[in-house]
Design a protein around this ligand. Structure first.
Ligand code: AMP
Ligand code: ZN
Ligand code: FE
Ligand code: FE
Length: 300
């Protein structure tokens, strides 16, 4: 059983990387990918913990990407999470998020809520802060009855306290993952906003032409019918198939680590092709004169 989509306290998950790996071990996962939003801050700790726990750890990230219909999430697998160009761009996203959080807090306060950044930070477990933490802080203060109410009334896109964050274009995000030797996989296609399957197919074909490698066909929130449709699209477009739960711990209490398809675990057989694609992207990066592995670099 494997799970290729999980979050830690480095973004908006509630388990530290070590706790997540320990949970994966107890769950009996053969492999786990750590895919935090716009950060690889949890990967090094997870890699270390996984080596001791006997779990295969796939280093990953989940980037927010802009497309004309809205935002989608792009998973990057087997990236060199020490790549300096990659880290530089991710740092830029983090700095933008930091500024955006401050603007959102001012709006929250101006709307009459007595909330401080410290109280929001207290919900984050020390990692990157985002709207889920603001929602939890509003809940704790009794301003809303649930996290969902905080989004629906205030924080969701289009609601009065929302401030957009900088996002990458699909081409840039795919290229960024490739240049760090990684595999680019479109996350939870369920959340893409296309009116018809044909519209989805042509968007996917366009992203495939831009280098997209795979599609997260198996996902904890996909119905059987959706899964079948995505598997068919992946076949038609020669995209890799992956699967993950999107485990976040307490902020998504219904999502269980390892449960990725209709209550069952992710199939071990998904890992081989992904790993192969990772090796191919790493080789491509090397022949393109990409960065040498940190150990070979010496002093610069
Ligand atoms: P941020 O990165 O700060 O913009 O927060 C994004 C996260 O907020 C997503 O990963 C979701 O977990 C959550 N989120 C975004 N929109 C909604 C919504 N309408 N309802 C509930 N959660 C949401
Ligand atoms: Zn999240
Ligand atoms: Fe996502
Ligand atoms: Fe996710």
């Amino acid at each position: 059983m494997i799970d290729l989509h999980a979050h830690t306290t480095a973004s908006d998950g509630s388990c530290t990387p070590s706790e997540l790996v320990e949970l994966a071990r107890r769950t009996g996962l053969a492999a786990l990918a750590v895919t935090d939003h716009d950060t690889v801050g949890g990967v090094a700790e997870a890699v270390q913990a996984a080596a001791a726990a006997g779990v295969a750890l796939v280093p990953g990230i989940e980037l927010s990407v802009d497309y004309p219909q809205g935002e989608f999430h792009l998973l990057g697998y087997y990236i060199d999470y020490t790549d300096s160009r990659f880290l530089e761009r991710v740092l830029y996203l983090q700095e933008n998020r930091f500024q955006r959080n401050a603007v959102m807090l001012r709006k929250i306060q101006a709307a009459g809520f007595d909330l401080s950044m410290e109280e929001i930070e207290a919900e984050s477990g020390g990692g990157q802060i985002g709207r889920p933490h603001m929602a939890r802080a509003l809940l704790k203060k009794g301003y809303v009855a649930s996290v969902q109410e905080a989004f629906d009334r205030y924080l969701a896109d289009g609601q009065p306290l929302h401030v957009p964050k900088v996002k990458l274009s699909p081409e840039e995000a795919i290229g960024l993952i490739h240049q760090a030797g990684g595999v680019a996989v479109l996350a939870h296609p369920k959340y893409l906003e296309f009116p018809t399957r044909d519209a989805l197919r042509s968007a996917l074909a366009g992203w495939k032409a831009a280098g997209l490698d795979g599609l997260e066909c198996y996902y904890s929130q996909h119905s059987e019918g959706e899964t079948e449709a995505y598997l068919e699209l992946a076949r038609e477009l020669a995209l890799l198939v992956t699967g993950g739960s999107d485990f976040h711990g307490i902020s998504k209490p219904d999502v269980v680590l390892g449960v990725v398809y209709q209550g069952t675990g992710g199939d071990d057989r998904l890992l081989g092709p992904l790993k192969q694609a990772g090796a191919a992207r790493a080789a491509q990066r090397k022949s393109a004169g990409g960065k040498v592995a940190p150990a070979e670099r010496g002093s610069e």
